[in-house]
Design a protein around this ligand. Sequence first.
Ligand SMILES: C[S@@+](CC[C@H](N)C(=O)[O-])C[C@H]1O[C@@H](n2cnc3c(N)ncnc32)[C@H](O)[C@@H]1O
Length: 260
Amino acid sequence: MTRGDEMLGDLEVSRGYQQNAAYWERIVRQRLDKFQTEVTDVALLDLVGDPEGVRVLDAGCGEGYFTRELIARGAAHVHGVDTCAELIVAAREHPKSGDSRAEYHHADVADLPLPDASVDVVVANRLPHGIADPARRFVEFRRVLQPAGRLIVLSMHPCFYAARTDREGIGFASTIDDYFGVRTVQQRFHVAGLTSPAESFQQFYSLEEHIGMITAAGFAVTNLREPRPSAEQRQSDTFWATNFTRPLFMLLECAPMVAR
Ligand SMILES: C[S@@+](CC[C@H](N)C(=O)[O-])C[C@H]1O[C@@H](n2cnc3c(N)ncnc32)[C@H](O)[C@@H]1O
């Protein structure tokens, strides 16, 4: 279902994740989501590069798998931040979370409990847009990044992503006013035959608006990728023929602009 005309609060987004916390933890920890394990993680890790000695913010860290992955690859310190208390508890209680280089915060990415210029890389991995003040988080990301740092944002594709039931044709199944306004995709997750107990809400902005929030916060976009299964993956696994019929993801790398 796609909605663009009803006001949703950040609270409603968080409540959805709270109700889906156990489901989400299972999907991620059992590596059931092929979009994540075979497409987006591969692209994200490639763009992050070698995190040896790097200080990272994992914005909207969920149950913490990406934080653990970066620590395992040698990151100096990773701050995981999430508004869902249940997922922060899950992250802290993971058997591999004893490493003091991983620190989890129950907080909003629009109000980060971190000092200025204290991280080298901010990663927002499948973090949904904010609702009340969607641009605010990018200002916070700019504040906590050191001047030579990088912001990496993996999101659903602003132009092509649509609710599963609306995924016909190439473009989004919506009007031009929806595209240049705000569209809300509201649906349950369906992964590997498992349906989430609650619906998730995601708000989408046009490409211009999406990039505009980032550049207005003081970033330059330095790289744009559209993660997708390779030709070999599509040939060897029929899953992709039915489940990847349009571009679903967008990956951005951004650099803080230095005042001239
Ligand atoms: C789709 S999940 C992705 C979690 C994790 N990055 C992953 O890829 O498994 C989105 C996460 O963002 C969190 N989130 C949503 N809005 C947030 C906000 N304003 N501040 C911090 N976390 C937020 C949710 O609680 C949820 O854990």
